[in-house]
Design a protein around this ligand. Structure first.
Ligand SMILES: *Cc1c(COP(=O)(O)O)cnc(C)c1O
Length: 429
């Protein structure tokens, strides 16, 4: 389906799957591990990547492929694959081009799971990472590169710091050093920002968040923009530019072109060997979420904006962080990259510090205490007493998490009801 000119509302409904005459209107759940062939020769062609088709759902499954194609269309990419989680998406996007002995550059303001993946787990695999302040100068950013640097990573809107990435600045530095920029677009979603259109090369998602949107299905996705020319740097990216002996000597860039090489390699090698697939049933649930994504994202953002404005003027609130608020440190960047809205997550400090924040949260009736974000139900988290509880106040400060910080993921409830809930909890002694 050629869909470059259609808008997100239309793509969320129509892209990725077009039934033929008499076929199911909704994407069918192909809950089958394997697929039948009449001759070994026909199947052999699939193994040689000479023919398109399915043989085993660890590599590819039609339900997952339809949903991946929808997300590719939404991001304006050329190819995409689903993964079992956002963690798997970020790991595979990176490991597809960077391995033992290599180096990557990442914004320091990223999801805790991704930070740990790069700082600890991938380090154990022999891959080092330099973390940079996302607000650093172009000079500081350029200084982070080494001859063995293979990729740059950042999040459009960082979870939980709510930093907005200057995508053009990061893309320029990456391209000046002959490497791609990978952007995790989980919080913004392609409804509010399409990083590929600002110079990013690969986009990743935790579809677990707004794309599913109902706290029902864990999942991830990798989208390739198809523009990064790996063949200009064959010594940097031998996995894409030289024959893959583990796959019948195929050279991915030659056989699949710039538009298909990255995702085909990730599927044929990494999914084959690591197996972090999304189940067809989860892909089906993710697709139900995608169908209403633009409507929901608008409502999440409207609620967050109302609540952020309300809390900003509240006598019991010390500070509010939300890039939709004029005066916020990221307001200008958000106006550029996220002109129609950012996300439904805000953070704020309760006057009285750690104990006041804990007391406030214990009195909430609608907003529930969860580590999750970005689903239909409003939820909140006090990092100092949960995810970051092993840190003392000075360690918290170094991590950018103050003891009074509350992260609130604004759901789809009525904003007046949510504000009333917050007000009664702030008033409670
Ligand atoms: C949640 C999240 C992830 C990890 O995704 P999972 O689906 O939980 O594995 C990665 N990046 C961001 C920005 C996230 O919010």
């Amino acid at each position: 389906m050629k869909t470059p000119d259609l808008r997100p509302e239309t793509l969320c409904i129509q892209a990725g799957y077009t039934p033929g005459n008499g076929e199911p209107r909704q994407i069918p759940i192909i809950q089958s591990t394997t697929f039948r062939y009449e001759t070994s020769e026909a199947m052999g062609k699939l193994f040689d990547l000479e023919a398109d088709g399915y043989f085993y759902s660890r590599l590819q499954n039609p339900t997952c492929d339809h949903v991946a194609a929808k997300i590719a269309a939404l991001e304006g990419g050329t190819a995409a694959m689903l993964t079992g989680s956002g963690q798997a998406a970020n790991f595979m996007a990176m490991f597809n081009i960077a391995g033992c002995g290599d180096h990557i550059v990442s914004s320091a303001s990223i999801y805790g799971g991704s930070y740990n993946l790069f700082a600890v787990t991938m380090k154990r695999m022999g891959l080092s990472c330099t973390f940079v302040d996302p607000d650093c100068s172009a000079e500081e950013l350029n200084a982070a590169f080494r001859p063995n640097t293979k990729a740059v990573f950042g999040e459009t809107i960082a979870n939980p710091a709510l930093t907005v990435l200057d995508i053009e600045k990061f893309a320029a530095a990456a391209h000046a050093h002959g490497v791609p920029l990978i952007v995790d677009n989980t919080f913004a979603t392609p409804v509010n920002c399409r990083p590929l259109s600002w110079g990013a090369d690969i986009v990743t998602h935790s579809t677990t968040k707004y794309m599913d949107g109902h706290a029902a299905a864990l999942g991830g996705c990798i989208v390739d923009g198809g523009k990064f020319d790996w063949t200009k740097y064959p010594e940097k990216f031998p996995g894409l530019c030289t024959p893959d002996e583990s796959y019948h000597g195929v050279t991915y860039t030659e056989r699949f072109g710039l538009g298909g090489a990255f995702i085909t390699k990730a599927t044929a090698q990494l999914m084959r060997d690591l197996g972090a697939v999304q189940s067809p049933h989860n892909a089906f649930l993710t697709n139900l979420g995608l169908e209403s994504l633009p409507v929901r994202v608008r409502q999440h953002c409207a609620n967050a904006q109302r609540i952020a404005e309300h809390l900003q003027g509240h006598e019991k609130i010390a500070w509010v962080k939300y890039c939709g608020l004029p005066g916020d440190r990221y307001y200008e960047l958000a106006q550029k990259y996220l002109p129609n809205g950012s996300c439904g997550v805000i953070s704020f400090g309760v006057k009285g510090g750690r104990t006041a924040a804990e007391r406030f949260m214990s009195h909430l009736k609608l907003a529930s205490i969860e580590t999750h974000v970005a689903d239909a139900r409003t939820c909140c988290l006090h990092p100092a007493s949960t995810t970051h509880r092993q840190m003392n106040d000075s360690e918290l400060a170094a991590a950018g998490v103050s003891p009074d910080l509350v992260r609130l993921s604004c759901g789809l409830e009525n904003a007046d009801d949510l504000i009333a809930d917050l007000d009664q909890a702030l008033a409670a002694e």
